[in-house]
Design a protein around this ligand. Structure first.
Ligand SMILES: [Zn+2]
Length: 114
């Protein structure tokens, strides 16, 4: 069992790699979407192995059902709904499923959320 300091270090590196993989996925998407999907898969693996959650601002960038990289207007549809709990509904056009992302409590988190 790694000590607390090591755990913090592992977490920091894992988050950094996840962030970079999503960035790379975004960059190659228009040339090679399959490669972007692969990057998402790698990011998920890192998050599972290091037991780190994928940051909230990245959670809407991939489908939670088929794990494909999503780009609004290309392979997903994003709409904001105010009824019930205010939420963003992201429909994956690869598998047709809809994810709901809650908007409550968003103000307290980083600027990258917007
Ligand atoms: Zn999907």
């Amino acid at each position: 069992m790694p000590c607390r300091r090591q755990r913090v270090e592992v977490r920091r590196i894992a988050l950094e790699r996840i962030d970079r993989l999503f960035e790379a996925a975004d960059e190659v998407f228009h040339v090679d979407p399959v490669l972007s999907h692969r990057y998402v898969e790698l990011a998920r693996r890192i998050s599972m192995r290091c037991r780190v959650r994928i940051p909230r601002y990245l959670r809407r960038r991939f489908c939670h059902y088929c794990y494909k990289f999503l780009r609004p207007g290309v392979n997903c549809r994003v709409r904001v709904a105010k009824r019930r709990e205010p939420h963003v509904a992201v429909t994956c056009l690869e598998c047709g499923k809809t994810m709901r992302l809650n908007l409550r409590g968003l103000k307290d988190e980083g600027k990258r959320e917007a």
